[in-house]
Design a protein around this ligand. Structure first.
Ligand code: GLY
Length: 464
């Protein structure tokens, strides 16, 4: 089967890399892709997600059997509906269902309707009532622009003055766009540890994937401004099997069923990846947000661990027969750590076009894969930086500590002018608990082995 993946980030490189390993995948295309997808034998197609007619013509010409849509923007714009209506099989939610990420107001009202635990909130469509509400709160708040704002529309406020300024920025100055700031959500700010839980969803069936922990702040020790994610580890020990069961019951089940049943005379069943951003507070778990797609960089760690054929799995979602995989999805038992290398200045202004060196050396570290996020090839086939988040260096290890050590060993081999990364990815878990015992590397099928690596050879001694 020929597959088309839409997107160009680290998440898409990781998905395309796994799809390419599928026994059933013939040609894998990525539109538009990046230098990493090109170097992995995936065919990059210079079409942007909003060029819908071109995408349709491409799918027809290449007899695409499955389209996988990576980012939230094309999903929120209705690309899945468009291609489905043209007769193509698509992995990803409809425009109506993608509102779970595309509209913060929709998501909060859905949670209220479905009785999903989330922080108390109010919705405003004018600045003055929002300011009045803020002045009567005796707790810090978060102000959220309703619409998509490239991950920047959520302002976590320390004081009421900060919150009033956020209202001004979002609604009056329309800093995040006119549409995104038409309505806002003001909600109680929560304290606790964050965890990302993603589930494949199809019809009434959902299949949670192992929990991950992301690192949003740009600097070590969670300092500095928030980014799209500076690194991740998987599994997150804080997500115990008991908590995972609880979240199935209290978060995923009611949300997915409410979307399928619908309300206000509307139905918006979800098909694709539902990402729950959870916070573990002293009062129990609360949903901070939902995303309508795979996480980035969560996907890099998840794809490193997934052993089941990804094409089979994603096609089963699109065909509404995900139940075939219940209890059957296989994971590498070893933890994965992904360290994001970003351009100096990110998430603010940064330069692009810097030459990246050391990629082959880094990829040669056993059980390491360097996923590209913001890169492109120049005329001489050199890899250049082309975004804020540039690479996601991802490693497996017998323990979380070993995975971390291996990821950073590979990071040391890479360089580009202005390169910045956090040095403490996974420390939260490593410092929190006695380390989990080492797990043996599974027997590796030939297609997953690096040259010189034997079946069952994780490439290192367990670090204990
Ligand atoms: N890592 C957070 C996200 O994908 O939204």
């Amino acid at each position: 089967m020929n597959v088309l993946l839409i997107g160009k980030g680290g998440r898409e490189h990781a998905l395309a890399w796994r799809l390419k390993q599928s026994a059933r995948a013939e040609k894998v295309f990525c539109a538009p892709g990046n230098a990493g997808t090109a170097r992995d034998g995936i065919t990059n197609v210079p079409i942007d997600h909003y060029e819908t007619d071109k995408l349709q013509r491409f799918c027809t010409k290449e007899k695409i059997g499955l389209v996988v849509i990576g980012p939230e923007d094309p999903l929120a714009a209705g690309l899945a509906d468009f291609l489905r209506n043209k007769g193509f099989k698509v992995f990803g939610p409809s425009k109506d269902a993608a509102r779970i990420e595309g509209s913060k107001v929709f998501a909060k009202e859905l949670m209220r309707h479905a009785d999903v635990p989330t922080s108390e909130f109010n919705v405003f469509d004018h600045p003055q009532p929002a300011r009045d509400y803020i002045s009567t709160r005796d707790y810090p708040v978060v102000v959220k622009a309703d619409g998509l704002a490239a991950g920047k529309g959520v302002v976590v406020c320390k004081t009421a003055e900060d919150a009033v300024r956020a209202v001004e920025r979002i609604m009056t100055r329309e800093e995040f766009g006119e549409k995104a700031g038409k309505q806002i959500v003001v909600e109680k700010r929560l304290e606790g540890e964050e965890v990302s839980v993603l589930a494949l969803v199809s019809g009434r069936t959902f299949l949670p994937l192992p929990a991950c922990q992301d690192h949003k702040a740009v600097g070590d020790g969670d300092t500095g401004p928030n980014t799209g994610g500076m690194g991740v580890y998987c599994p997150a020990p804080v997500a115990t099997p008991e908590l995972m069961k609880e979240w199935e019951r209290t978060v995923f089940f009611p949300t997915i069923h409410a979307m399928k049943r619908g309300y206000h005379n509307e139905r918006f069943p979800f098909q694709g990846t539902l990402f729950a951003g959870l916070m573990l507070t002293n009062q129990g778990t609360r949903v901070l947000e939902f995303n309508c797609r795979f996480g980035d960089p969560e996907t890099q760690a998840l794809m490193m661990r997934l052993k089941t054929d990804l094409l089979d799995l994603l096609e089963a979602v699109a065909d509404e027969r995900l139940q075939d995989f219940e209890g059957k999805v296989e994971w590498d038992p070893r933890p994965a750590v992904c360290v994001v290398l970003c351009s100096g200045g990110y998430p603010g202004k940064y330069a692009t076009g810097k030459i990246v060196t050391g990629l082959s050396d880094a990829d040669a570290v056993p059980d390491v894969k360097v996923f590209h996020a913001g890169t492109k090839l120049d005329a001489q086939n050199r890899v250049l930086t082309d975004g804020g988040r540039v690479l996601g260096v991802t490693a497996l290890g017998a323990t979380l500590a070993a995975a971390k050590a291996r990821a950073y060993e590979a990071v040391k081999r890479i360089n580009f002018p202005g390169m910045h990364y956090r040095t403490d990815i996974a420390d939260k878990a490593l410092k929190a608990k006695p380390p989990a015992p080492p797990v043996e590397a599974p027997k590796l099928p030939a297609k997953f082995r690096k040259p010189g690596q034997r079946a069952g050879d994780g490439g290192e001694k367990p670090a204990g």
